[in-house]
Ligand binder design. Structure first.
Ligand SMILES: [Zn+2]
Ligand SMILES: [Zn+2]
Length: 141
């Protein structure tokens, strides 16, 4: 089965106000340990995947999405204003790609995290137990 044969993967926030669908393959995915992802998720790390914007459809709840923009030009955090679920990042709502929090998905996106970024900001109580590449900061270009 190729990526193109996959059923669209749906996703949404905890309360269900925001719903979306991904109709094409994920380009890449990673675990981010930066302080922004940690605080926004309340977890050890944020896991996100990228898809082309043409493969992303917002089905419901556009008016419920709030955007927080951290200082120093860091990626935005887009979330549901009702339940607080962290949903999108990167350059939301613009740009050629959409960065999606994989925890918001309803099913298997077909991709797995490929690396760890911002490992220098890792939570001291969290231990990385896999063999994926670790980058001190953002993904090298
Ligand atoms: Zn919600
Ligand atoms: Zn991050």
């Amino acid at each position: 089965m190729t990526a193109q044969d996959r059923e669209p993967v749906t996703g949404g926030c905890l309360c269900g106000a925001v719903r979306f669908r991904v109709t094409g393959p994920f380009l890449r995915a990673g675990n981010c340990h930066c302080v922004r992802c940690r605080k926004h998720s309340g977890a050890a790390l944020g896991t996100q995947g990228r898809v082309l914007r043409k493969h992303f459809e917002l089905l419901d709840g556009a008016e419920r999405i709030r955007i927080y923009t951290p200082a120093e030009g860091a990626a935005v955090k887009a979330f549901c204003e009702i339940c607080g679920s962290s949903l999108f990042g990167g350059t939301w709502p613009d740009g050629p790609e959409v960065s999606i929090r994989l925890g918001a998905l309803d099913a298997d996106p077909g991709i797995r995290p490929q690396c760890h970024t911002f490992v220098r900001d890792k939570a001291p109580w969290h231990e990385i137990l896999d063999d994926l590449p670790q980058h001190p900061g953002r993904l090298p270009r």
